[in-house]
Design a protein around this ligand. Sequence first.
Ligand SMILES: *Cc1c(COP(=O)(O)O)cnc(C)c1O
Length: 848
Amino acid sequence: MDRIKRAGSPIHAFFPTGIEGFDALAELALDMRWSWNHAADEIWNQLDPDLWDLTHNPWVVLQTVSREQLQRTLDDPVFRRKVDDLAAARRHEAEAPAWFQQQYPLDALTSVAYFSMEFMLSEALPIYSGGLGNVAGDQLKAASDLGVPVIGVGLLYQQGYFRQVIDMHGEQQALFPYNDPGQLPVMPVREPNGEWLRLEIMFPGYPLWLRAWQVQVGRVTLYLLDTNDAANFPAYRGVAGELYGGGPEQRLRQEIVLGMGGWRLLEALGIKPDVCQLNEGHAAFAVLERARIFMEETGQPFETALAVTRAGNLFTTHTPVADGFDHFNPRIIEHYLGDYARNHLGIPLRDLLALGRLDPDDPAEDFNMAYLAIRGSGAINGVSRLHGKVSRRIFQSLFPRWPEVEVPVGHVTNGVHMPSWDSAEADGLWTEFCGKERWLGITEHLEEKIRSVPEDKLWQLRADNRKSLVDFVRRRLSRQLAASGATAGEIGNARHIFDANALTLGFARRFTTYKRPNLLLHDPERLLRILTVAERPVQLIVAGKAHPEDEAGKAMIQEWMHFIRRPEAGGHVVFLSDYDMLLTESLVQGVDVWINSPRRPWEACGTSGMKVLSNGGLNLSELDGWWAEAYTPEAGWALGDGREHDSDPAWDAAEAEALYTILEQEVIPEFYCRDSRGIPTAWMARIRESMARLTAYFSSNRTVRQYTEQYYIPAAAAFRERAADRGAPAVELVNGLRDVTRKWKNLRFGEVAVTTDESEHLFEVQVYLNGLSPDDVRVELYAERTVDGDPVRLEMTCGPKLVGAENGYVYFARASAARTAADYTARVIPHLAGSMIPLEAAHILWQR
Ligand SMILES: *Cc1c(COP(=O)(O)O)cnc(C)c1O
């Protein structure tokens, strides 16, 4: 690590101002902690109020402001003192022991490399598209709060995801602004001699040069790679040009850069993480490069190196449908990776392809990145309880004949970084009741404290937040209309639209079919009636982008625009263009109810609804993703019956009706039913339950602690155990697994006898192990789960050797007679010390 300068030190090279006090300012501007900690906002505002208001990007302010203004402001001793104090506080905080340091010995975890195609940290660094980046960004921030040693790895795109404009016809236009690295809060990663660190990856015909950048996110560093190096072959120079742009070949190149380039970068920096987390299958090539480097260090063959490093890899899947994973034609895999497989991994192409295939012998099968991630990881998790279950179903085929519940996929439900999404007023209230440090350690005690907030304070918070949102809508909509060529009258109306006292609903998300962004429009007349009751007005804010090539998505935006332009809708609905983090912030802080209506189970988790929790917003959502585990009737409203209906139009219609009915009969009456003080008491009770029960749990604080305790620390230990002695334990394991695989087909069951008394069955099962020893296997009695219970798995005891058999034994077990003997069946599975079954050997033999 010390070979490379840390953020902060290379600034002089970038920016020789010679102005005293400048360094401290630059240090603050380059730490994206400002995206959630607003202590320094005042100094940026003082330097350039207009630019600060427009961009909220300290780095842009600092680079734009004139030398004279800088000098003048820094000459003010009060300002100067404030800057120095903030910089000192920042350094102090970065070094003080946090939750992780207090809770665990330092050597429990050296570091976790977190690989992701996108990171959503701030609009100042637009390298995200949506939910996946949100999860990555919020987890880095929480890792910083908690002191968990995470290092992010991603790509720096010349173009982030597209920006949206709605034109005069209500159609979406896509714009692709250029990410000027000079204006982004990133610094080049330099060698000690000042040279920009560059890495080389061999691409067909030409080397691809990668440049590296670093971003400071509190205590956490995020490294980003880009390919825009003048030395690159023109066709390769734009590889990291655009997030999710281009066809499959471009995607493959990006994934090679992320996975292989990313791991190589860590190596070049001297960083040796124990744990590598793959945020979605995009980054799975990291698995190969990590193994290759282990081969280089120890001289072990690929299979052993993979067995060692696998133990330290965690694959986090976010996809709820089997065909949602990236997969590539074997020919382009050969084109890009054939030489790498043969000459660097020392394996034939076929073996590499097999890692990404269900059936290694099917030459027509594509190479699936999720399969590679699974073959290369020691643990796999989905991102909500329901998504864990859905993922076990999706990956069942990799574990043939294993019961679905035993497919080795767990779950850690996503959470959001509360300090990034709460309003200043909500932050004030939470600070008063739960303390300033509430998100820096354990949070289990917060429920009680926030529950004690008095009604009038809570209602005042809601009123303040809603008012800010209404002001925001007026400003934003009038500008949006002016830009799209609206009349002066329309623009003037927009400046007075909405009512700060009216029930405010929000619906913002990607416009894609499964999210059903037009479910509310199913019966436009009924929606109109709901919105326009004079004594109980309702206002609705809609936002969202459709992928530029998604015609159905774009049509749904237009459908909303047509509805909004109907005179009867007059002022009750707006569509705000260019859904991004800044828009999200305003929406989630101000809305009373956040609506989400995806088709179950396609919202793997969903996070936008969590962002309203700390602000006192309520959720009305489909029982899918996180809401399927968060919902209780006291804290919000649920759509759906908790089952899957695919894309059945009749079901969509029924859910739309249900949505209207909930609004008409529950949401609106409860909001407008006030006591003598003007407070809606039932509504307040609901907010209290939502805030108290859900906020702490659905925060990325809980998510990151759970990853640390359930995955990172055990994975680090498992990896180190296997890596010891140049991987000797893994050599033994690989030999053992090979042996079991070779001999497995000879295993068979013999006679089975059962005797039953009042309470128990005694099972005696003959098993012919042939070449295997009883130490290599585990014989179990298994009974499928009943409606109200888990499956039964009982280990059977190895008894006497069968007479005359070379390697046959009787196995015994007693099982409760509460279930009939026929419910139980015996099975054999591999059992090798330190191995992960069925992940590393999915053999299973059933007695019947
Ligand atoms: C939170 C957020 C998302 C994720 O939202 P879901 O609808 O829950 O998937 C996507 N985009 C932006 C801009 C967000 O702020």
